[in-house]
Design a binder for this molecule. Sequence first.
Ligand code: ADP
Ligand code: MG
Length: 574
Amino acid sequence: MSIQILPQKVADQIAAGEVVERPASVVKELVENSLDARAESVDVYIGDGGKTLIEVRDDGLGMSREDAEKCVLRHATSKIKTIDDLFSIRSFGFRGEALAAISAVSKFELITQTESDETGTSVKCSGEDEPKISDASSNIGTLIRVQDLFYTTPARLAYLKTEETEYRAIVKEITNFALSKHDVSFKLFKDGKPTLDYPATQSEQARVEQVLKSLSTDLLPVSGKLAQNELTGFVCRPGMCAKSKNHQYLFVNGRRIEDFKLNYAVREAFLQSAGIEKHLHPVFVLFLETDPLLVDVNVHPRKLEVKFSEPREIFSLIKNSVTTALQKSGTNQAFAPRTPQFSKPTSASSMSAPKLNFSDQNAGRNFNVPSFTKETEVKPEINSPLTLIGQVENKYIVAQSGEGVFFFDQHALHERQRFETFWDEYKKKKTQVQKLLTPQIFTFTEDEISLLHENRDEIVKLGFAISFPADNEVGVSEVPAMFSEKDLEQVLQDIMKYLGEDQVGEHVQDLLMRKLLEYKACRGSVMFGDPMKPVEMQKLLNDFETTQWRNLCPHGRPNHWFIPFGELDGKFHR
Ligand code: ADP
Ligand code: MG
């Protein structure tokens, strides 16, 4: 075999595979270029899922004729000059590869003009032919038209999915850009019809409302700072999590990244405060600003992943900021005094445009009770105590306040209250342990014992002193003060249940303790189906007022349903 140097175009076509995988990656590269050129408005036209047409028009700086001729060459970039520039990069692009790659695998046309030029320039490339340069009339800015993507590489073309799927991937890209650049206007057209229209907004919040639509009614503001890292954005209220992970957006210096660990930091904030059901996922849009020197965006050619120099710091920043946001949404203060300023209960049907307006002042003073049904996404502020109406089917407690009627799941309500008491106790005197008068020995199966063995360190950190006197035995001589001796076997069972079921990640100790306390709270609570005396029910209602995450059971399920009087009246056309 003799060695040959590949012709430039073939090399470009091979290289194109790294940058251009599908129409959405073309859209991403082109829009990034528009934003790097400081465009204020970007319009994207798609034909047949991007297979026949991808056109991006911007009102950015445009290119001079000289630059326009160069930009389709490989390693043609105006954004970096030396390798060191790579580490302080603030622009999206820097490889100088995208236009070379795209023009190598499509029928490519570019029309551009700068403010200082009299006339515009058109550059046309197609397959292996040399670029054709000519005068063109143009607005200030750049238009790039990519037709018949991959027509030179049929094998790649064959890999594309259906037009609809490719189109949806494009929508995702535009959505990411829209969220990260609220001051730029974006439009998307599908086969000639407008499908997305996001005019520029004054604030991130307004853009989030445009993009997330009804989901944005329930977002809480997030902000936090740690070292050179600053986090801002929004997270959904507890109890308003979504069934899919599709609404989780994390941006680093304006670039959308997908990092499942960092997404988990948000989940962990829920897990350790309000609780979250296993099948649900927090909705969030978070913006992390950090020193570009501390992130390496160069690890992935399509730049979805980044490498942080201090990943743990970022994890804590996200987790702690989200926890703070969630905490502000609950009231951890005593029940508000009865002030005359009731907010008028609004009925869902009469709600106008969604607004994010959760000031700290509101969070502290008022009694925000989100109702959880889709039909009534209203958060009336309630400033009056709950009075008992009665019990239904030995399952539900019915009560009223000055604002409406509550239906409580008696078990979920009691469980939440007990859980919070235990959790507070644990947080306050974390390491208190109690020595048993006589150590206790329990017999378990080999599998169970090995589970305890493997996780011994974590169990010891919680305050248990355990030993393994024989193959299938475990001995316990000390327990955390909150578990009594008679619960012990059950508690060990709970530990094994948790260790067996759940993936144990970071912060094992807290997660494990949380589970144990959830089990403990559940076991001692009034059951669904237990008859209750009025005084017992009234006690739960009184405690509801001072419970922090009063809307949810410890596992994140809603524990009540609230109907504002206004809505009730509406039902009877009053
Ligand atoms: P990179 O973005 O990595 O520099 P590209 O191949 O994407 O590489 O673009 C090459 C160069 O072409 C850019 O550095 C920029 O100078 C110019 N360019 C591309 N698109 C535009 C645009 N929409 N407006 C102005 N200049 C552009
Ligand atoms: Mg680029």
